[in-house]
Ligand binder design. Structure first.
Ligand code: MRU
Length: 367
């Protein structure tokens, strides 16, 4: 099994290419990003999505902006505009702001802007790959420990949304321990929440698990509680778009309900994240994490492949019924069994995070 196909890459001409994730699993379509506005649109339209991939796309968006600026003779205001446009592309995943800040610092210290932007965007991508691999190294023992008690029965893992390689560059966060377990011959089975309204579980997680030969079953979002009550889930692992200093976790809408059900049934609920998803400037996730609200039509319509083979939207409610579309919710730290990071597993608490990431001990903003 290989866990290596990439979600973003560059061509010999230094153009940027991504997979159009809106068309998966029905079609594998590659989209070229030639300008920073292409990168911005790719993030806004969810052609690319998932916290680390949003950050990487924004980083390459800045590279493209620098290239345009030089080619077309624009001044620094053009670059400032690119930064502020990309910053506004999506609100919740903190990796976006982290990546843009890193690009800004790289450019502030540069004499050759184009090379600096190219190198820094490339580093962000390469670092994410290694970070996700290490999340797998540290998460694997959790799966091994459960497998040891299961008499060759598969370890039953439930996940929500897509925090797989499609949300990152390679490996993924929640999928990295799973792929590494499968590579070691450990039997796993993944319950895949469909993840309405945009169905990242059905469209993306099921796609990549299929591609990697990992046994899985698609369930509607409301099924998890039932499975947990009947001892059909050993472990829940989800990703996150922003985790606060106190260990509160923002992730795709519906994650909180899974955490509640896991708590009620004594099932471990872990969150896998690269440290680039930590927001150490805030403590209270419920009050301080901006929650994206998206177009109501994503709720009112379901997009799928029709009998005629076309990918098309289908209205599922009266045309005039209003819909609310909150993209994320916040799971309080008290419901999280642990955070699986590239440096190890820690408690979802300030103390736990600082034990692995002592560089964040000083933060004057919060005093
Ligand atoms: O709206 P999306 O598809 O960008 O939401 C993605 C998630 O909620 C993921 O769980 C999260 O970004 C982690 S990806 C490793």
């Amino acid at each position: 099994m290989s866990a290596t196909f990439r979600t973003i890459w560059t061509t010999a001409q230094r153009d940027v290419e991504v997979i159009d994730q809106r068309q998966l699993p029905h079609a594998y379509v590659v989209v070229q990003l030639l300008t920073y506005k292409d990168a911005d649109l790719a993030i806004r339209s969810m052609t690319v999505r998932g916290a680390p991939l949003i950050g990487a796309t924004a980083a390459y968006g800045i590279f493209l902006a620098v290239r345009e600026m030089i080619k077309e003779g624009h001044d620094g205001a053009f670059l400032d505009e690119a930064f502020s446009t990309l910053r506004a592309s999506r609100p919740t995943a903190v990796n976006l702001f982290w990546a843009l800040d890193r690009m800004r610092t790289a450019l502030d210290n540069a004499t050759d802007f184009l090379e600096a932007a190219w190198t820094e965007a490339g580093r962000i991508v390469e670092e994410d790959i290694e970070t996700c691999r290490m999340i797998g190294v540290h998460g694997l023992p959790l799966i091994e420990a459960i497998a040891a008690q299961k008499n060759s029965e598969p370890v039953q893992i439930l996940t929500h949304c897509n925090a797989g390689m499609l949300g990152c560059i390679e490996w993924g966060t929640i999928t990295s321990p799973i792929y590494q377990a499968v590579q070691k011959g450990i039997k796993v089975h993944v319950w895949v929440d469909e993840t309405r309204p945009r169905n990242q579980g059905a469209n993306l997680t099921a796609y990549e698990l299929t591609r990697h030969g990992v046994p899985h079953t698609l369930i509607v979002d409301n099924t998890g509680g039932h499975l947990m009550q009947h001892q059909m889930v050993d472990l829940v692992i989800v990703g996150t778009d922003r985790t606060t200093r106190n260990g509160d976790v923002a992730n795709k809408i519906g994650t909180y309900l899974k955490a509640l059900a896991a708590k009620d049934n004594n099932i471990p609920f872990y969150v896998a994240l690269p440290s680039t998803t930590l927001d150490m400037t805030i403590k209270d996730g419920l009050k301080e994490i901006p929650i994206e609200e998206r177009d109501q039509n994503e709720v009112k319509y379901v997009i799928g492949k029709s009998a005629s083979g076309n990918i098309e939207p289908v209205l599922i409610c009266p045309e005039t019924t209003p819909a609310a579309n909150y993209g994320f919710d916040v799971t309080p730290a008290r419901l999280v069994s642990g955070l699986i990071t590239e440096r190890g597993i820690c408690a979802a608490s300030e103390e736990g995070i600082l034990s692995l990431f002592p560089e964040y001990v000083q933060n004057d903003d919060l005093n």
